[in-house]
Design a binder for this molecule. Structure first.
Ligand SMILES: C[S@@+](CC[C@H](N)C(=O)[O-])C[C@H]1O[C@@H](n2cnc3c(N)ncnc32)[C@H](O)[C@@H]1O
Ligand code: SF4
Length: 360
């Protein structure tokens, strides 16, 4: 079984914080891009049984409906997608009822809507194209169109955000009862407008409080945390993202998309024009030690961590012997748990980067 990722690099307007491979000034390339991605899908050779499909971006719903439908059909024709989790990212105010109905009819069964904040001043500061009311209306239209698996992306650490305004965002989200919530800490990325702006950001202590408040508030409301930033109602975890964290096989189509197939990583050309005219995927054969480092790094993101016996079998190592010093150090500090699985503790999550790098 394989996971399928399709990258749609178009947005209505670029947000002030975003460094994803996405553009608001390349609309003239949409048609050629769609045709190229369909060609790439049609030419794929490999496992054709997909159990997850994820259309991400960018904003897939910023693509014209007919082009988006053609790409969805190409995926459905190429891969066996029966019983598949089929996710699509959407930005509020980029899709209407008919569009949502059409997506649902063509097999999309999970919608991921980017809200970021329920506070309109914060949305404005982020450079979002929508207000909170637009989000609610897109969300309700999606429910009416039949979507019974919806994710909402929110962020903390936003300029001018306070612990109280973040609590309000969480309350408004929980009121709508999405099946899944992704809650990211805002990263100020080099090369984005935010990087050179004098921002009034919440201090580190407030950010920490925001994160732990989100963890406990979401938990009280029936969301199980299964990864550092991801929370889901029972059995509603995103199976596609779990595939990434468990290093299962996946294939990526589109500019900059990567694939992992039996420890070989491929990455498509990132620039749109290059991808369209002469895609030259980079190929990297991972050594066992690269793969093991990724396995630990990605596995520790999951709340349950990773299984020690399986790790030993996959990488032919004696795990405790190999990492004895690091394991003992973090066990003593109560930053990890070590038994059948190894995982970060609640305290460990706040210093996860340091712990992960110690295992590398
Ligand atoms: C591709 S976008 C989701 C779909 C759509 N483009 C949107 O923004 O609504 C993926 C998510 O990544 C998160 N994200 C993007 N840039 C980020 C950053 N610099 N720091 C933290 N989260 C970020 C946002 O929550 C965003 O919703
Ligand atoms: S956050 Fe989403 S809408 Fe904003 S620029 Fe990035 S991909 Fe586009």
């Amino acid at each position: 079984m394989i996971g399928v990722y399709v990258h749609i690099p178009f947005c209505v307007k670029k947000c002030n914080y975003c460094d994803f491979n996405s553009f608001d000034n390349k609309n003239s390339l949409k048609q050629r891009y769609a045709e190229k991605i369909i060609e790439e899908i049609n030419n794929f050779e490999g496992d054709l049984n997909a159990d997850t499909v994820f259309f991400g971006g960018g904003t897939p719903t910023a693509l014209e409906q007919d082009l988006l439908q053609r790409i969805i059909l190409a995926v459905n024709n190429k891969f066996n997608t029966t019983d598949c989790e089929f996710s699509m990212e959407a930005n509020p105010a980029t899709i209407n009822s008919e569009g949502l109905l059409l997506l649902h009819k063509n097999g999309v069964n999970r919608l991921s809507i980017g809200l970021q904040s329920a506070n309109n001043d914060e949305l404005k500061a982020l450079g979002r194209i929508h207000c909170f009311e637009d989000f609610v209306s897109t969300y309700c239209m999606a429910r009416e169109a039949g979507f019974d698996n919806i994710n909402t992306d929110i962020m903390f650490g936003i300029p001018n955000q306070t612990l109280d305004s973040f609590k309000r965002t969480l309350e408004e989200v929980v009121k709508l009862k999405p099946e899944h919530v992704s809650c990211y800490s805002l990263i100020i990325e080099q090369g984005t407008p935010f990087y050179n702006m004098n921002l009034n950001l919440p201090d580190e202590e407030t950010e920490r409080k925001m994160y732990y408040y989100a963890v406990s508030y979401l938990q009280q409301n029936g969301y199980i945390q299964y990864e550092i930033s991801n929370f889901a109602k029972k059995s509603m975890q995103c199976r596609h993202n779990i595939k990434y964290w468990e290093r299962k096989n996946y294939v990526g189509f589109g500019a900059g998309a990567s694939s992992l197939i039996e420890n070989v990583r491929y990455k498509n050309s990132e620039k749109l024009i290059q991808y369209i005219e002469n895609n030259m995927p980079e190929k990297e054969i991972l050594t066992m030690s690269d793969a093991l480092a990724e396995h630990i790094f990605l596995g520790l993101r999951k709340t349950d961590g990773f299984n020690i016996k399986e790790t030993e079998r996959l990488y032919n190592i004696e795990f405790y012997q190999k990492y004895k010093t690091v394991i003992d150090k973090y066990l003593k500090l109560n930053l990890i748990t070590y038994g059948e699985n190894m995982a970060l503790t609640k305290e460990g999550v706040s210093v996860s980067n340091i712990i992960m790098s110690d295992f590398m």
